[in-house]
Design a protein around this ligand. Structure first.
Ligand code: NDP
Length: 295
């Protein structure tokens, strides 16, 4: 069987193009550009890179990007005051507080301060609750991106057996809700799951979101399964002075012999996250302006 390699990079580029094409109609109707505010606390190098790429992608899509930085020494009250200021700012449609926050700050309290209508990360309990009861919600970017790739690869997912490995609030849980919404029979596996290989072997769809390099082996996969690998793990470098290779949570080479389709790492799920963030910002902007959602 020749496995299809799901090209998340190309799909994300197409999505970003469609978003950029939809922005002028919003500007025409609302009299302003959609705006995304990203707040970064501290100097974490990886976070600085993410915030930089989010800002660039936002501007490239024709939207306003507002970048706010607070020093490592900022207090939680200062951060929440900034979020409240952004809640009140009409030119801001989306607010994203870059995680992880410095030690001592409570993610939950900060996320709770974001206006749910501007919560483009989809982490607020109001949006998580709406997703759970099947109402229109702002949905976390990574799992929504995974669902888009799955629907593109497989079409109708109805009736399929889906196993999601990992139950974080950011990826695993919303992924399970989304698949349930598509009428899959969903199993949500985690570190206490008994006989994980047997559980995974049942699945037509496997979403791996664990954070353990190449944990899901080729022979855990049913022949013809479709695999979405969310994991991003850096292996130890093999040469001094060089960075180690990036791998997913699935043993990719082994999996190729079993699967119908699979996302590579890098170039699979990774590029989808920012593209969906832009989509969520455009959706939030339409809702806030009282306009019908973009197609
Ligand atoms: P978390 O660490 O929050 O969650 C990991 C989950 O995996 C937990 O539910 C944990 O179970 C489960 N788990 C851990 N060990 C095992 C095991 N041996 N067997 C079965 N399940 C296990 O991670 P995230 O959800 O935030 O991220 C997961 C991965 O996805 C990471 O590699 C991360 O880098 C990547 N990621 C990629 C993104 C992108 O592509 N843009 C975005 C977000 C994440 P338990 O709950 O029982 O502890």
């Amino acid at each position: 069987m020749t496995a299809e390699i799901i090209d998340g990079k190309a799909f994300a580029a197409g999505l970003r193009e469609r978003i950029a094409e939809a922005v002028p109609a919003f500007v025409e109707a609302a009299g302003r550009k959609p705006g995304l505010a990203v707040v970064l606390v501290g100097e974490d190098p990886a976070s600085q890179v993410y915030v930089g790429s989010k800002g660039k992608a936002t501007v490239a899509a024709g939207m306003n990007s507002f970048e706010h930085r607070l020093p490592e020494t900022a207090t939680q009250q200062e951060l929440i005051a900034m979020v409240e200021q952004l809640n009140a700012d009409d030119s801001v449609d989306g607010i994203l507080v870059q995680l992880p926050l410095p030690e001592g700050m409570d993610d939950k309290a900060v996320i709770a301060a974001i206006d749910p209508a501007k919560d483009v990360d989809g982490f607020h309990v109001v949006n998580a609750g709406k997703l759970a009861v099947g109402e229109d919600a702002l949905v976390p970017c990574t799992p929504l991106g995974c669902l888009m790739l799955l629907k593109d690869a497989l079409g109708d997912l109805s009736g399929m057996d889906a196993v999601v490995v990992g139950r974080s609030n950011i990826v695993g849980k919303p992924m399970a809700q989304l698949l349930l919404g598509e009428n899959c029979t969903v199993t949500l596996a985690h570190s206490r799951t008994r006989d994980l290989p047997a559980v995974v072997r049942r699945a037509d769809i496997v979403v791996a979101a664990v954070g353990r390099a190449e944990m899901v082996k080729g022979d855990w996969l049913k022949d013809g399964a479709t695999v979405i690998d969310v994991g991003i793990n850096r292996l130890a470098p093999t040469e001094e002075g060089k960075k180690g290779r990036l791998v997913g949570d699935v043993a990719y080479e082994e999996a190729l012999g079993h699967v119908k389709a699979i996302t590579p790492v890098p170039g699979g799920v990774g590029p989808m996250t920012i593209a969906v963030l832009l989509r969520n910002t455009l959706v939030a902007a339409h809702a806030r302006a009282g306009l019908a959602p973009p197609r």
